[in-house]
Design a protein around this ligand. Sequence first.
Ligand code: S3P
Length: 185
Amino acid sequence: MTRIILIGYMGAGKTTLGQALARELKLQFIDLDLYIEERFRKSISQIFAEKGEEGFRLIEQRMLHEVAEFEDVVISTGGGTPCFFDNIDYMNRQGTTVYLDVPLERLFIRLSIARAKRPLIKEKSDDELRTFIDEQLAKRAPHYKKAAYTFVADKLEDRSQIAGSVDKFIKEIPFDNATTHGTIP
Ligand code: S3P
């Protein structure tokens, strides 16, 4: 049984790499944010607006516990998922967790063109965004670093880079084991 769980900051490429990886490995792909949006028939921004971040984190934890029971999947989580409650320890018990590590400048470039759908950054100017990423990364790093593996995901900018990153991931990360990380088969 394979259950790969991708974690990392917004813009780290969890969805992009996760989708491509799942296709290559013939596994189902689940994006936690999308799963939440479909279940609640609301966008993440709407949930933040209606319930605040605290309400969103409770829903996120509950939905994580649903998707992390599925088998033969690649799951991409939200940037904050491993940083609340005991989520990272739970994910480590459920599957092979991989932290997608991306340098600040690359995150900034990716997020500056894709901030509209992300409630935590959508109102920020470029300068504010760079400072925000920098500060949040410092706070979140200890959680991210609890992942079983780290994968440098700085090359996902076009189809050929994505294909190259998928190959590299498959070579570097020993995910294909009957025993998932920390659990009894
Ligand atoms: C968040 C990241 C988002 C989404 C929500 C909060 C965060 O997911 O879960 O907007 O706290 O970093 P992505 O990392 O997929 O953008």
